[in-house]
Ligand binder design. Structure first.
Ligand SMILES: Nc1ncnc2c1ncn2[C@@H]1O[C@H](COP(=O)(O)OP(=O)(O)OP(=O)(O)O)[C@@H](O)[C@H]1O
Ligand SMILES: [Mg+2]
Length: 387
């Protein structure tokens, strides 16, 4: 999949603009706070139909405007497509090839992006929420409707928490009625996360070995940790299982856990356990990465996770996702930068990369360069690092 270009109106701080991207490499550079990440966010919105940093899409509209627009032309499987996203107070209105596309259950599988930010590099040592974000973004790249499932679960969870806090008359019966549907949403989330991890694992292991160097092989594990059942490690879902049966069993287990913990949850006024508190444990040679790995190993593993995602997405749709790198090249040392460079040479995955320090990017001078100054994006001919 190639994003040919973008057209923006009233999107964040960016001036109205029309940009033509290179099919391979796009460098977006400028000082801090100028709008580089905003530009990546516009590309991500177009391809993934959500933001990677705003809780509400309304935040993406320029301050003082009531409507923002992002348009783009892309090519997938040799066919040209147009996407338009209009943002307003009510949310997102998307048209794909001129037809309204409200639900994402039919979003074309090749229209997606893999995002890599400095937050990803700190996630292995950060909070469970950071690691859930890493994982949820990966699931949503494969299954566009997953983001909507997360939102529905979030809404239903807040409703349970309200009951726990406010304890209206008949609260027990209300919780009895509320928990099974909440559990069935939660179970779908857990099954989707576990499935994707199982599918990504061999590719993560292979990419990690290649990045780190194969002379000292190290065993990578990705473990899904369910907070609700710490004594029973989550079994990896079977590849060929129907999924529905698996989700049903898990839903029963979640609902039973909430019934068991109800007195404690009522005392605390919140739902202690569930998919919203689960964690992803990254392990190296049998030990949690969080406590034992070097900074270089952590970076290599996160990079391997992203590379695995790109290859996995390609194996599903025959198309490579766009790779959006926000500010990470100065965080990766030269070796890993070189690996990324070689990898991208092999896979023909379109890259959009932001940096405040273009001189550190080994690809500069190839493809297209864009300078961002106070929201104005200008395409530059010259190599920004060759001063
Ligand atoms: N809805 C909005 N309307 C107008 N301006 C906005 C809006 N949202 C954010 N901004 C502005 O966008 C600017 C930040 O842009 P962005 O995050 O893209 O910077 P950046 O170039 O990536 O910087 P850095 O190098 O520090 O990451 C800030 O000045 C912020 O005030
Ligand atoms: Mg930025």
């Amino acid at each position: 999949m190639i994003l040919h270009g973008l057209e923006l109106q009233d999107f964040r701080n960016l001036q109205p603009t029309r940009l033509a991207f290179d099919p391979a490499f796009n460098l977006i550079y400028g000082d801090n706070g100028q709008g580089k990440t905003n530009l990546l966010e516009a590309a991500y919105l177009l391809l993934c139909q959500r933001s990677f940093r705003a809780a509400r899409l309304g935040e993406l509209v320029r301050f003082g405007s009531d409507r923002g627009v992002v348009r783009g032309a892309l090519q997938s499987a040799g066919v040209e497509h147009q996407i338009q996203v209009v943002l307003d107070a009510r949310g997102r209105h998307t048209e794909l090839d001129g037809k309204a596309s409200r639900s994402l259950s039919h979003w074309p599988p090749g229209f997606t992006a893999v995002l890599f930010t400095t937050d990803d590099l700190t996630a292995p040592r950060g909070s469970p929420a950071d690691r859930r974000r890493l994982l949820d973004q990966a699931v949503a790249a494969v299954w566009a409707a997953y983001a909507e499932l997360l939102r529905r679960y979030g809404r239903a969870l807040r409703a349970r928490n309200r009951l726990l806090r406010e304890r209206p008359p008949g609260v027990a019966a209300l919780l009895d009625a509320h928990e099974p549907p909440l559990a069935s949403l939660g179970a779908k989330i857990v099954v989707a996360r576990q499935r994707l991890l199982a599918q990504l694992l061999p590719r993560v292991q292979a990419a990690f070995a290649r990045i780190i160097g194969a002379d000292a092989p190290q065993q990578v594990e990705l473990r899904y940790l369910e907070g609700s059942a710490p004594d029973t490690p989550a079994a990896l879902p079977s590849e060929d299982g129907p999924g529905a049966a698996e989700a049903e069993r898990l839903a029963e287990r979640l609902a039973a856990g909430w019934r068991r913990d109800r007195a404690r949850d009522l005392a605390r006024g919140l739902t202690t356990h569930g998919p919203h508190s689960d964690d992803l444990e990254l392990r190296l040679d049998g030990r949690p990465l969080r406590q034992h790995a070097s900074q270089g190993q952590v970076r290599a593993l996160v990079l391997a996770f992203k590379v695995a995602q790109i290859l996995d997405l390609h194996s599903r749709s025959g198309e490579y996702p766009a790779l959006l790198l926000d500010d990470v090249s100065s965080e990766l040392d030269a070796l890993r930068n070189r690996f990324l460079h070689d990898f991208l040479g092999e896979v023909r995955c379109q890259l959009l990369l932001t940096t405040a320090r273009p001189e550190l990017v080994p690809w500069r001078g190839r493809g297209a360069s864009f300078e961002v100054v106070r929201g104005t994006v200008t395409q530059r001919e010259a190599d920004p690092g060759a001063a």
